[in-house]
Structure formats: structure tokens, C-alpha cells
Design a protein around this ligand. Structure first.
Ligand code: ZN
Length: 250
């Protein structure tokens, strides 16, 4: 029997949520619906969406659901990060789960250099997501957005440049009727704890890149990638340090 889950006034097309517990009793909630044929997951090349794709594939299989996962990845030409990270992550998840059917071939979109500044960049993201929805007949979408680290932790970060304030204190994983951020209530410490718990370091974690720095800046400053200077690099370093673990990508 189908049930409906309500969040506020929105009636969601969801049967339930699979709960996965991480460090500090933080909980990831993965929505499911046995009627869904395809869930799209934005695989950015970072730690969060890599974990989300892995857990969704793993938990859906464990529940006997037939829902497939459609990865969607963007390359923003001005950034140092390329599609290479996402490709290796997807391959690593398949290898780790020994399941080559659950995850469909990835859809890739490139945001050309001249459209990399907002508002163009945001419009290109939205356009790409809409195109992929139609292309893959998607029933529901996930992204890997996480909660920001606690305020007292962030004080040690050298800058706030990449922080999205809206991620400080979310109360729901849902972004809308057909969109969720299953990691919205957990932070990077929780994400790293699960990469470790599920033994992903070799096959998946070492291929992830969290750095969001622009290629031009990296070159001008003579830095390497990851840069170690952007907000996302600080957040990642905290994720590993707070678990007492070495980052396998270093
Ligand atoms: Zn960086």
C-alpha cells in the first residue's frame, strides 16, 4: 500500500526514507518509492555526492528495489575540477558494490568558460538539470548538499568564501516535491566517517576532489590542486581530522 509523506503543505511522491547513521549520531535519510524507475543524483566529483551515490545504490539493492541511479555531472570550465573525478568515482562505486547495472551511464554537461560567472552559471546548471530530467525520464532527484560544520569549528577556517549560509541549519532534506538533499542534516565529519566505515578509501574516496578554486587563480598563485586555500578545502580537511583519519587523496 502506497503511503504519502507530508512535509508542511507539500505532499511528496515518497513511500519512506532509509535511515543511515553516521558519526555523532547524525542521520542520513534516503527517500525511496518502489514505483520510481530512475533517481537522478548529481555526482559533483566531491566526497558528499560520492557517498550519496554509493549509499543509495547499496540501500536500494538491499531493499530489493529496482530503481536505477542516473548520475549527472557538470564540468565548470573555469574551475580546476574536471569530469575526471566524477567518472572515476562512478567506476569505483560499481566496482565496490560489484553491481554494474544499478548505476546508469552518467550524463555529463559542460558549462563553457564564457558562461562560468553568475547569473549565467546558475542558469546553465538549471538548464542542464532540466535537460537531463527529460533525457533520462527521471522520477526524483537527489543532490549531495551537506550541513555546514559547527560554528565553533568554522572559526578555524581562514575564509568564509564558499560557505552557503542556508546550509547551517536545515530542518528538512526536501527541496521540493521531487527533489531532496539526503545529506542535508549531516556534516563532513559524518560523511568521512561513512567513507571509512564502508571501506571506500581505495576505490572511491581517493578519486574525490572537493576543491572549488578557479583554474586561473591556481595558476596565478602557483598553487596545485586541491588548492588548500578555499573554503571547501578547509571543510574537507576538518572532515578527516575530526575523524582522526588521513585523507587518501593527499
Ligand atoms: Zn581548494
Amino acid at each position: 500500500m502506497r503511503e504519502t509523506i507530508k512535509r508542511g503543505t507539500i505532499e511528496l511522491d515518497v513511500e519512506g526514507e532509509i535511515a543511515v547513521t553516521a558519526a555523532n549520531n547524525q542521520t542520513i535519510l534516503i527517500p525511496y518509492n518502489s514505483a520510481w524507475k530512475t533517481v537522478m543524483i548529481q555526482v559533483s566529483g566531491g566526497l558528499d555526492s560520492a557517498l550519496l551515490a554509493f549509499l543509495t545504490a547499496r540501500e536500494y539493492a538491499a531493499m530489493g528495489l529496482e530503481t536505477k541511479i542516473q548520475p549527472l555531472s557538470f564540468e565548470v570550465e573555469a574551475k580546476a575540477k574536471t569530469l575526471n573525478s566524477a567518472r572515476k568515482i562512478i567506476a569505483g562505486i560499481k566496482e565496490k558494490l560489484n553491481d554494474y547495472d544499478r548505476i546508469l551511464p552518467g550524463i555529463e554537461k559542460v558549462i563553457p568558460y564564457h558562461l562560468c560567472k553568475n547569473p549565467h552559471k546558475n542558469q546553465e546548471f538549471i538548464k542542464g538539470i532540466k535537460e537531463a530530467w527529460r533525457q533520462a525520464s527521471v522520477d526524483f532527484e537527489f543532490n549531495g548538499n551537506t550541513k555546514n560544520p559547527p560554528a565553533e569549528t568554522r572559526e578555524s577556517f581562514a575564509n568564509n568564501d564558499g560557505r552557503e549560509v542556508g546550509r547551517d541549519d536545515r530542518s528538512t532534506i526536501y527541496n521540493g516535491f521531487k527533489s531532496a538533499s539526503p545529506l542535508a542534516l549531516v556534516d563532513k565529519q559524518a560523511v568521512v566517517s561513512l567513507h571509512h566505515k564502508y571501506g571506500l578509501f581505495e576505490a572511491v574516496t581517493r578519486h574525490t576532489l572537493s576543491c572549488d578554486m578557479e583554474e586561473e587563480v591556481v595558476k596565478a598563485k602557483g598553487w596545485s590542486v586541491p588548492c588548500g586555500h578555499c573554503w571547501w578545502c578547509y571543510e574537507r580537511a576538518w572532515g578527516f581530522e575530526s575523524n582522526g583519519l588521513q585523507d587518501p587523496a593527499n
